[in-house]
Write a protein that binds this ligand. Sequence first.
Ligand code: SF4
Length: 196
Amino acid sequence: MEITLNSLEHFCFCKYQWWLLYTENEWLSNIHTTLGDIIHSRVDIPSFVEKRKNVLVKRSVPVYSDKLNLYGIADLVEYIKQDDKISKINVIEYKKGKPQENGSVQIYDGLQLYAQMYCLREIHNCEVSGFIYYAAIKRRVELKDETYFDNLLIKTLEEMCQYIKNKNIPPKNISHQCKSCSMYEICLPILEKRNA
Ligand code: SF4
């Protein structure tokens, strides 16, 4: 069962939103998704390749993990070379928002980023660091707690596969974040609240 990298972020944000997107093929745009698309359109250039001394920079890089059955696209990858070999990789994901108040990457952003790091390690077998570029603060934030995200990735993939296999509709995550969810008009969480 193959899982796409961007579906991880949706699942982490709200399992019901992920279900609507990936099994019901529903999609609505809102101001947040449109802003996200604008930011990605600046980096989403598959033909872009740039060389700066010993660093090769590529955009829209396909990545995969055979071990975890994961695949998707990384926004920007920096390959640092030493003696004509790749010695280190930086992977950068672009997001419109900002980090958590403690300065760490948002959990749902970090999950998707860590999965990209996992894929690149499997492909190149070298050191990989991951960063989220947050447009709201105009700088990169490094993903630090890799053990946490490693556990979260395995647990999330298991859970997603269970939902898909059993065709169970996941519960709605009704919270303050519904206000920013593009699926609000389909999901109508306000009705559930009223019924409750
Ligand atoms: S509106 Fe809320 S509960 Fe419904 S899909 Fe979006 S985040 Fe989930």
